[in-house]
Write a protein that binds this ligand. Structure first.
Ligand SMILES: *Cc1c(COP(=O)(O)O)cnc(C)c1O
Length: 398
């Protein structure tokens, strides 16, 4: 059942004692449709970004039927929701039992790897299946990304041609994948990566079936305003079409953040003010991990009925509720300078890497409640795009 869409201001009067998330179905559909209309790649949604069932369901209805999963629990979760979804198990290091169950119990046929040892594991645990597609993960420099993902996974470019060749001798279909890093601030990240990878592929002398440019598509944050999303798509389309025999390959991408960031906000309450420090009821051990050491600056808004645009703003930092001093979010977060204890604050762009990060450290954790709202996102990459109608939302809820 669809919840009726409310305004955030009307919700906080319910006086929640813990932080909670609000969900904007329209913002999620808008992002998914934008990718569907402007991007020629088949998109796999990176489930770790936001595995909430209602999020996956909306994406599915918007046409995203492929999912990038990294654990057997994610595999089972998505399969339970959609019997016909195509699952790509894209973690390059998988437990043996997870490979076996994914293949035999959940129908997974796509796996990634970055080493010969993992290739052996996959072949053994699928009883040398003939219908596998294996995607070789390459390590490329994450020069333009806010969060680098280059070190942990990926075969280096010198050894990659050999590994690609070996994989192609063992299975029916082969792809390559890479990740340019999360929150890529320039489309050149993809241009450079695709050129480097294309060279490796050529050296391998294998005709690939899949070419996967990974995730990394940005969202918009204060002080971190990326170029237009279309520019990223155009860069990828252009570079991909320069690869010899590109038309024999299926182009894949694994967007996470860019699809879901805008669809949720976190609502927190100020428990105390000391100077320009606000003690709030969520923090880095809760939903706000990325506001801690990674120092993401999220858009914020004081929730109140009156017009506040005339009020002076001040730069605040936040402390979270636990007793640990790492539970600190430097910001700056700009809020009206008379913000006080008992005020509620909306923290935007929390749909990506927010909902599932919370621990129960010190007895604090956000509420499980998810309230559907109609307020527009605090910042958006998709402002000029189509309006989503109420009818479209009702179809999904039915
Ligand atoms: C996390 C992850 C993604 C999603 O990345 P975003 O930067 O959120 O788009 C995609 N692919 C892989 C393999 C990942 O680990």
């Amino acid at each position: 059942m669809a919840q009726a869409l409310r305004t955030i201001a009307s919700v906080v009067r319910d006086d929640f004692d813990t932080s909670f998330f609000v969900f904007r179905p329209k913002a999620l559909l808008r992002a998914a449709h934008f990718f569907g209309q402007h991007f020629k790649a088949n998109c796999l949604f990176a489930v770790k970004t936001n595995p909430e069932a209602v999020v996956l369901t909306h994406l599915y209805h918007a046409g995203i039927r492929r999912f990038d999963v990294a654990s057997i629990d994610e595999v089972a979760h998505v399969r339970r929701l959609f019997h016909d979804a195509e699952l790509y198990f894209m973690h390059p290091v998988k437990p043996r039992h997870a490979i076996r169950r994914a293949y035999f119990e959940f129908g997974v046929r796509h796996f990634s790897l970055d080493s010969e040892r993992e290739l052996e594991k996959i072949l053994q645990e699928t009883d040398f299946a003939q219908d596998l597609t294996l995607h070789v993960r390459l390590s490329i420099p994450n020069t333009y990304a806010e969060l680098t993902l280059a070190e942990k996974f990926g075969c280096n470019l010198q050894e990659a041609p050999q590994l690609i060749k070996k994989v192609s001798e063992k299975v029916a279909r082969v792809g390559i994948c890479f990740h340019a890093g999360s929150q890529c601030m320039h489309p050149d990240a993809y241009r450079i990566a695709i050129r480097m990878v294309a060279e490796v592929v050529e050296q391998s002398e294998v005709q690939l079936d899949f070419f996967n440019v990974g995730g990394g598509f940005p969202s918009i944050y204060p002080g971190m305003i990326p170029p237009y999303m279309e520019d990223y798509f155009e860069a990828i389309h252009h570079e991909f079409a320069r690869i010899p025999h590109y038309e024999k390959m299926t182009l894949l991408a694994e967007p996470g953040r860019a699809l879901v960031a805008e669809c949720m906000s976190l609502i927190v309450r100020v428990e105390l003010r000391k100077g320009n420090m606000l003690y709030i009821n969520d923090g880095t051990y809760g939903s706000l991990f990325d506001a801690g050491t990674p120092r993401f600056i999220y858009p914020v808004k004081l929730i109140c009925d009156e017009e506040i645009y005339s009020r002076d703003l001040a730069a605040f930092s936040f402390y979270g509720p636990t007793c640990d001093s790492l539970d600190y979010m430097k910001g700056p977060f700009y809020l009206p300078n008379d913000t006080e204890e008992g005020d509620f604050i909306e923290i935007g762009q929390m749909g990506a890497y927010g909902r599932t990060m919370a621990t129960r450290f010190n007895g604090f954790h956000p509420s499980d409640t998810l309230v559907y709202v109609k307020d527009e996102p605090l910042m958006t990459m998709y402002r000029d795009d189509e309006e989503i109608s109420d009818e479209q939302l009702e179809i999904i809820a039915a």
